[in-house]
Design a protein around this ligand. Structure first.
Ligand code: SF4
Length: 316
């Protein structure tokens, strides 16, 4: 059934502009949504078949015929990207598929994978045929792995990290490791330190930090602002870059909105720092940031009374 659906809508999509891959001509090798994980941030939605069983989802010659037709029609791309509406390495034919692609074009081949099956030699051998592999690692320990990625029962964080490290040993092409960050789930200083230890073991060519710039499978998963993402990138160090952060305008709007709330509170009565934190429900650090902003703008003043600092609007 899934095979027939995939054939009806075609296997090839794009080329789509990709910040990381340029013009990416995608091949969807797994039907929606068969995956080894059920990530809370997934843009496709909830996993409907959580599986670790590899199988052929289609006849390779069908996809190669479609690809040959596209290329003959003049389609140009920087990468042919094997991905899917699930985990592409679940397709047992991707090695044969890459051999077939090589026979008809010199366009480099990329695979976007969650990396969970790289502990298997057959999956490593298939992925090693690509020029570029873009795996994921979002968690440093079992607890975060469960919270963020909700893996199939026979997948563990240790299996994932060992598979990635083993693949690095065997693969001479490029590995760009994607780390998807969710505030409150995998971003504490300890979690970032532990993640860095895993990354040092995996030795990717690039580390790319992403966050929920598009709607996620679960509500409440929000993009992290650029400043915070840059801070985490600096902690990880090496070839770490930010590829997905909340647009600056959105972050600025958030700052403006909260500053307006602080100002409106102070217009009603002078407040201490603790009053502002409790009244608006923000942290001490955040309250200090807004107060500093408003003081610099001369919208508020501070006054000492009975050894305590009160903030108030200038008209009071
Ligand atoms: S691994 Fe990819 S396809 Fe699977 S649930 Fe996570 S984000 Fe979605």
């Amino acid at each position: 059934m899934a095979d027939r659906d995939a054939k009806q809508i075609g296997y090839i999509y794009g080329p789509v502009p990709s910040r990381r891959l340029g013009r990416s001509l995608g091949i969807d090798v797994v039907p929606a949504k068969v995956c080894t994980l059920d990530c809370v941030y997934c843009q496709i939605g909830r996993t409907t078949e959580k599986s670790t069983v590899r199988r052929p989802f289609f006849a390779v010659h069908d996809v190669l015929d479609e690809l040959a037709g596209k290329l003959a029609g003049g389609v140009e791309a920087d990468y042919i990207t094997i991905g899917g509406s699930g985990e592409p390495t679940l397709n047992s034919q991707i090695g044969v598929l890459i051999d077939g692609i090589r026979a008809i074009t010199r366009i480099p081949v990329a695979i976007i994978t969650n990396g969970t099956l790289l502990y298997r030699p057959d999956v490593r051998a298939d992925c090693a045929k690509a020029d570029l592999v873009v795996p994921s690692l979002d968690a440093a320990d079992a607890e975060a792995f469960e919270a963020v990625n909700r893996p199939a029962s026979d997948i563990s964080i240790e299996k994932l990290v060992s598979g990635l490290a083993q693949f690095r040993e065997e693969f001479s092409g490029q590995i760009w490791l994607e780390v998807f960050l969710i505030e409150g789930m995998n971003t504490t200083p300890d979690q970032i330190t532990a993640l860095k230890r895993h990354i040092d073991r995996i030795r990717p060519d690039r580390i790319q930090l992403n966050s929920a710039v598009r709607p996620a499978a679960e509500p409440g998963i929000e993009a992290i602002d650029r400043q915070r993402m840059d801070e985490i990138a600096r902690r990880i160090g090496g070839n770490c870059e930010v590829v997905g952060a909340a647009p600056q305008a959105r972050a600025d709007r958030h700052v403006q909105r909260t500053s307006a709330e602080v100002l409106s509170m102070l217009k009603r009565r002078p407040c201490r720092l603790e009053d502002i934190c409790a009244g608006i429900g923000i942290s001490r650090n955040e309250a200090v940031k807004h107060i500093t902003l408003l003081l610099n703008e001369k919208a508020i003043t501070s006054e000492r009374q009975g050894g305590v600092t009160y903030y108030c609007t200038r008209s009071e």
